[in-house]
Design a protein around this ligand. Structure first.
Ligand SMILES: [Zn+2]
Ligand SMILES: [Zn+2]
Length: 376
């Protein structure tokens, strides 16, 4: 597919979503099918009774034409189109996993699956948290530090909530030294509501600053939190997500590491070269998902560095480890590492060239043992 864009033609990616009542689903599907096909765009279009969610790639000029055509429809008034130039999919496997080998236009019930539970009704989007622009979001985090300095207040009224999955948070997240950060560590978005239910006491009475990749996940999740009533009113969401924030703050601002994306770019970084992710096995700094290694149990993406990766390797993600899949860590310890050497190992760390991503070597040893067990 390397030649699709032709000589000198730049390739690009376009992402947008819009929550609005769609009067005629079939008509909108036909529009997308004919418009995207005629422009040679590939990717995913999801149309639901309450809106659309689109990720398509193609020639930059074709994507611009697509935006014009979409803008001409009143339904899309005020839509935030995120257009980025990009390399083409690196290889067929990545392209296929990201859905860039074909055009898929489908009618769905929900743009994002908030819950797989049939009885849990999706929250009402009109009750979503207030949008903060990237600049507003930034200045809230910035002033949190200042308020702290001036008042001696411990700033407990503000929490940062990452609405994304663990494998995304692993390689990049917002960090502000003065603000409490909550990472739900979920495998998929449909697990978020349960985390919110279980952690309601950590959210109640707080000013909740939420963020996700492009904004769509926060729309529903913020509405869900606000739906909990008294003490859950002050929910704010980063408009346009990390994508728009990094456009606005190319040096990363308060965002550390890379933004995981669901297209063939895999992740997008700022000019800050620091690596937040670490190899599951050796703990070295690593944040490249292009090998697409997955947990043997839950199939979640895991980070395994080039040195640790082996053909047909069996990996166990940190969540499955925590929940005892593949033989609990404790039993690996019981199996023979003496107490004092554990302490010794624990003191050593695996320094990252840039200082981030330190992890005790202990983890390598245990992880390596775990891998052995699973492959037996
Ligand atoms: Zn490694
Ligand atoms: Zn797993």
């Amino acid at each position: 597919m390397a030649d699709d864009a032709g000589e000198g033609e730049q390739y690009g990616l376009l992402l947008y979503y819009k929550y609005a009542s769609v009067p005629d689903l079939d008509e909108l599907v036909s529009f997308y099918q004919s418009n995207c096909s005629s422009l040679g765009l590939l990717g995913r279009v999801r149309v639901a009774p309450h809106g659309v969610n689109v990720t398509v790639g193609g020639k930059l000029s074709s994507l611009e034409k697509h935006i014009e055509a979409v803008k001409a429809r009143t339904l899309f008034e005020g839509t935030d189109f995120k257009l980025a130039s990009s390399h083409q999919p690196l290889n067929d496997r990545v392209a296929k996993e990201c859905g860039f080998t074909s055009l898929s236009v489908r009618i769905v019930d929900e743009l994002v699956t908030f819950s797989s539970h049939p009885l849990l009704k999706s929250p009402n989007i009109s009750n979503a948290g207030r949008h903060l622009s990237a600049v507003e979001f930034h200045s809230v985090l910035e002033s949190a530090g200042k308020i702290l300095e001036e008042s001696g207040n411990d700033n407990e009224g503000l929490v940062l909530l990452d609405a994304r999955n663990l494998y995304e948070t692993r390689i990049g997240k917002f960090q502000s030294p003065d603000v409490e950060t909550l990472d739900p560590e979920i495998r998929q978005y449909s697990d978020l509501h349960s985390w919110i239910d279980d952690n309601a006491d950590r959210l109640q009475g707080k000013n909740i600053l939420m963020y996700c990749t492009g904004g769509i996940r926060c729309e529903m999740a913020s509405a869900y939190i606000r739906g909990k009533g008294t003490g859950f009113e002050n929910v704010f969401q980063l408009y346009g997500g990390i994508q728009r924030y990094l456009d606005q703050f190319p040096d990363g601002g308060f965002f550390r590491g890379k933004n995981f994306v669901f297209d063939h770019r895999i992740s997008v970084g700022s000019s800050d070269p620091n690596i937040l992710g670490t190899c599951l096995l050796c703990g070295c700094c690593f944040d490249d998902y292009s090998a697409r290694c997955r947990c043997a149990y839950c199939r979640m993406l895991v980070l395994v560095c080039d040195n640790c990766r082996v053909d047909a390797g069996t990996y166990v993600c940190e969540l499955c480890q925590k929940h005892g899949k593949g033989g609990p860590l404790v039993s690996a310890v019981e199996d023979g590492i003496p107490e004092e050497s554990l302490q010794q190992i624990d003191l050593k760390t695996h320094p990252c060239p840039r200082g981030i991503g330190k992890r005790p070597i202990l983890h390598q040893t245990l992880n390596a043992m775990l891998i052995l067990r699973v492959s037996l």
